[in-house]
Design a protein around this ligand. Structure first.
Ligand SMILES: [Zn+2]
Length: 328
């Protein structure tokens, strides 16, 4: 059997990638290996590439729900085409500029002095407005339980969280399903609620994408500890691949995602299918929002302003997500 022959472009890409690595073009800046060095150069991504059509957020795909009542136009809500003042300098969206499969250097972004920026995503909000790359989420309106729809809970809590964070002087965007491309912020946190056929399943959990740095780890830890402290909910230890592969921080696959410099995580706030969890999520949304906000505020206290943006980072190239052809 004839061995497979690499096409010319692949050989060229490999050569360029190897040359760049040898010459240090893609080497992270000195003194920062621990912080940003957890993305192995040249690795084409396994965890981030795990988002496939069959891996749409579990609870979301299995529970029908009505569309949450969006309220575009509310101050600070981002209902479509926002222009964040932060400017991400990401070449990720122009894959033609880099050889395929070669790592990409993302320059440190320019962030103006002033209030810190926080993106709170209300999971499933305006999900009918997704672009083509997220078409599989068009009807993923989230979990439900006891007549309560996840999208409504997410949006309600997100707006309360935003109000608390603004009262601390921060700039806050309440984001819909479609994240502005290369969204850059000091924190991005996506809010969701779970659902299960087992009404005994309960608790909350948080996760980040399987990528870099201590920033995401710190963010998840702060959110988990402060959310638990404020709500008294138990932790659900089962973090799914769907959470780690969440599209909104899979910036190597989706344009509608945060910039690589943005510390990002997802929080499942509890199970709507569990009576005790639902009682809290619906009956004490201010308590829930306080727990979320406390986690974000603690993270911002722990991480000095600008620290996540201080250096260039080296990431895998952008490879657009291609849904598998649907079977007949
Ligand atoms: Zn959800």
């Amino acid at each position: 059997m004839r061995p497979p022959v690499l096409p010319l472009w692949a050989l060229l890409a490999l050569a360029l990638g190897t040359l760049a690595l040898l010459t240090g073009t893609f080497r992270p800046p000195a003194g920062s290996p621990g912080r940003l060095g957890s993305i192995p150069a040249g690795v084409a991504r396994s965890p981030l590439g795990s988002t496939s059509p069959s891996e749409a957020p579990v609870a979301d795909a299995t529970h029908g729900a009505t569309e949450p009542p969006g309220a575009p136009g509310e101050a600070g809500d981002v209902g479509g085409a926002p222009a964040p003042p932060y400017q991400a300098q990401s070449p990720l969206r122009e894959p033609g500029l880099v050889p395929p499969l070669a790592p990409v250097r993302v320059p440190r972004p320019v962030v103006p002095p002033g209030p810190r920026r926080i993106g709170i995503q209300a999971g499933h909000w305006q999900t009918e407005q997704v672009p083509d790359e997220l078409r599989r989420l068009e009807h993923a309106t989230g979990a439900s339980g006891g007549g309560v729809m996840e999208g409504q809970v997410n949006l309600d809590v997100a707006r309360r969280v935003a109000a608390i964070l603004r009262s601390h002087g921060h700039d806050v965007d309440v984001l819909p399903t479609t994240v502005p491309p290369s969204y850059l912020a000091d924190v991005f946190l996506s809010l969701h609620a779970d659902g299960s056929a087992d009404p005994g399943m309960r608790g909350y959990k948080a996760a980040h994408g399987s990528r870099r740095g201590p920033y995401e780890g710190q963010l998840v830890q702060a959110v988990i500890e402060e959310y638990g402290r404020a709500t008294g909910l138990p932790v659900d230890p089962v973090v799914s691949r769907n959470m780690r592969g969440y599209y909104a921080f899979s910036w190597s696959r989706f344009k509608s995602s945060v910039a690589p410099h943005t510390p990002a995580a997802i929080l499942e706030m509890g199970f709507l299918s569990n009576a005790a969890d639902r009682r809290l999520l619906v009956g004490d949304p201010d308590g829930v929002a306080t727990g979320v906000a406390n986690g974000v505020l603690r993270f911002l206290e722990e991480v000095p302003a600008g620290a996540p943006f201080a250096e260039d980072i080296v990431v895998p190239p952008f490879i657009p997500f291609r849904p598998a052809p649907s079977s007949p």
